[in-house]
Design a protein around this ligand. Sequence first.
Ligand code: 6PG
Length: 212
Amino acid sequence: MRPEVQIFETVEAAQIAAARQIAATLQPTTLGQTLTIALSGGSTPRRMHEILADLPGIDWGHVHVFWGDERTVPPDSPQSNYGMARETLLTRVEIPERNVHRMRGELDPQAAAADYAAEMQRVFNMIPPDVPSLDVNVLGIGPDGHTASLFPGTEALAVRDRWVVANRVSQQDTWRITLTYPVLNAARVTLFLAVGDDKGEALYRIFSPAVT
Ligand code: 6PG
């Protein structure tokens, strides 16, 4: 399926459109339906989260929140993707704590990945090789073209038999916890939110097949 590309004049317009798209996708089609979303990290989603928190019509009591990736830091670290979402979204909506499924970046990376895989298996009530389908998957893009914590040249890019892995990112001399391609690709709706000139070259490479 060809991706739908939307280009906006302003960053704010992009953030508003993204929040509205997410809100529309988090509308249940059956009574009491549980919906799932994976949030992105980085700085770009901050404003989108604030807008999403103010949008009416989302029953957060039936929404389960996951993350596409996390840094190997405690939840109160300024680097924490969970911490960012807590500040900009989760503390601004009526969502039960049991619906918030954060990656435990404070753990040993391998243990954190295993812990999150077990949490997803529990919530989705399935195990590999089946792959859970998130309703909404929010992703960013780095200047190098990475998304979630699937960085160029890293081992996680090749993983197809696991949902979550610890990924050594030597270019940042760190470990990250990340969902893998099979899970990211299985989402019902995937929304990439990319703003800023520094993403231009990566987007050009992604959308122009001529560039190898
Ligand atoms: C992370 C993200 C990562 C992010 C990009 C873009 O944990 O860093 O999940 O994939 O989306 O690095 O980051 P910015 O939004 O800060 O440009």
